[in-house]
Ligand binder design. Structure first.
Ligand code: PGA
Length: 262
């Protein structure tokens, strides 16, 4: 198998919190201030992806820390008649570095499709943002044994027309939909199997060197208790953390779980 564990030591490990629709600006400030001292010696990249209205406050609170701030979505157009949407230039101007794209909640509740995920990803990359592109199968799809087909399709469509150069700013988050917010984590073996498969897909599209460089996160009920086992897998290079990212000690302990000699 071309995809071995050697690449892991070259890849950036990234632990990103996905706050979803939680925390007001003042609560965001307090949480960032609580997290900051706990993760200051982190061996990995630490990111907090927060609601739009919290971004400015979070960026200010994270200013002299190693925490990077991300948004939870962005629109693909530069500007125009898109009521309620936010452009990449707006995010970039205030200092946002990351953006989550295609989260399964966007796909499930807000009609996000692979086509719009692709457009948003392209726009984010063009603006110089780092895109955390989420993929993952539904429970029904796993039960029908089509997980790999679903993932291969998402990877191909979501990254359509993304160049090998742009790929350097792409992070893939593998989030099995059945594991999100359910307390049901994929086993480390299940997570590794799909994360490895994602790298195989990337290898097919971009070649081995580029594929080996992409950070692939696992997400879905990842927490302080299961993080270490997941993160030790050769193709799991980080985590996208929902519920556990809202509690400073829990989030910090997931960050701490990246601190091992591989
Ligand atoms: P969860 O969410 O950790 O609460 O399951 C993960 C996510 O949706 O990114």
């Amino acid at each position: 198998m071309l995809i071995d564990s050697i690449g892991k030591s070259f890849r950036k490990t990234i632990i990103a919190g996905n706050w979803k629709m939680n925390k007001t600006p003042s609560e965001a400030k307090a949480l960032i201030e609580e997290i900051a001292p706990l993760v200051k010696d982190a061996k990995c990249e630490v990111v907090c992806c927060v609601p739009y209205v919290d971004l400015a406050t979070a960026i200010e609170a994270a200013k002299d820390t190693n925490i990077k701030i991300g948004a939870e979505n962005c629109h693909w157009a530069e500007s125009g008649a898109f009521t309620g949407e936010i452009s990449t230039a707006m995010l970039k101007e205030i200092g946002v570095e990351y953006v989550v794209i295609g989260h399964s909640e966007r796909r499930q509740y807000f009609g996000e499709t692979d086509e719009t995920v692709n457009k948003r990803t392209k726009a984010a990359l063009a603006a110089g943002l780092k895109a955390i592109v989420c993929v993952g199968e539904l429970l029904w799809e796993r039960e029908c044994n089509i997980t790999k087909e679903v993932i291969a399709r998402q990877i191909k469509l979501d990254l359509w027309d993304v160049s090998v150069e742009e790929l350097k700013n792409v992070v893939i988050a593998y989030e099995p939909v059945w594991a999100i917010g359910t307390g049901k984590t994929a086993t480390a073996e299940q997570a590794e199997e799909v994360c490895e498969f994602i790298r195989v897909c990337l290898n097919g599209l971009y070649g081995l060197e580029a594929a080996q460089g992409v950070t692939i996160q696992y997400g879905g009920s990842m927490n302080e208790n299961n993080a270490a086992e997941l993160l030790m897998k050769p193709n799991v290079d980080g985590g996208l953390i929902g519920g556990a990212s809202l509690v400073a000690e829990k989030f910090a302990s997931v960050v701490g779980a990246t601190d091992f000699d591989y």
